[in-house]
Design a protein. Structure first.
Length: 212
């Protein structure tokens, strides 16, 4: 991926024009929050950025550490209660809005452009979205470095949340499945029923609750 010219800002030399990349993690799981990451690339951003799902756990951790050191980044988190209240799509748009707002507060300026992985943006879909120069890119997490970095930040942050939650609810195996509907997770749901961190608006959970 070719990067444009760069310039210094606040101790980190940021890529210019200032392009914010945003991606989410946790749209599909049965449990836990949805998380969005937002990144402004630095001059010394790590090489080898890619879609977080294509990277090994050790490589994601290494890249996350380097992103933290060389880029400006932020996350936006939307909890299960909100997901169930407004639906997962709206919650994802809200998480992206929160991540973008947090990063702008941290940076102290507005980006020249916002790039989002997928085929839709929060513009007109999430209250508080204020960045008109936004573009959705299908497969952007594998083709745009800023989005790739955001995908790594989002996934790493969410995986940590799920590992913490797994300590209180070890029967669901969230430290391994991150809340996705694996065979083991579904079997635990049938045996123990849903936890407070399960998404009750999702069909598998709603059906199980009817059975309990």
């Amino acid at each position: 991926m070719t990067l444009p010219s760069i310039g210094p800002y606040g101790g980190i030399a940021l890529v210019r024009p200032h392009v914010m990349g945003i991606d989410e993690a946790g749209r599909g799981p049965l449990a836990g929050p949805v998380v969005a990451g937002a990144v402004l690339l630095g001059k010394n951003a790590p090489a080898g950025l890619d879609d977080s799902k294509k990277l090994s756990a050790s490589r994601r951790l290494q890249l996350e550490t380097e992103i933290h050191k060389t880029c400006l980044w932020a996350v936006g988190v939307v909890d299960v209660e909100t997901i169930d209240r407004i639906n997962i799509f709206a919650a994802t748009m809200l998480a992206m809005t929160r991540a973008a707002s947090s990063l702008c507060s941290k940076a102290g300026f507005e980006p020249d452009e916002v790039l989002i992985d997928g085929n839709k943006t929060p513009e007109g879909r999430s209250e508080g979205w204020r960045w008109p120069n936004v573009r959705a890119i299908v497969g952007g997490d594998g083709s745009e470095a800023a989005i790739s970095a955001a995908s790594i930040i989002a996934k790493q942050h969410r995986d940590r949340i799920m590992r913490v939650l797994a300590q209180a609810f070890p029967m669901y195996g969230w430290e391994r499945n991150a809340g996705y509907g694996t065979a083991g997770h579904l079997a635990a749901l049938r045996e123990h029923g849903p936890s407070p961190h399960h998404r009750r608006s999702f069909a598998p959970i709603a059906q199980l609750e009817m059975a309990f």
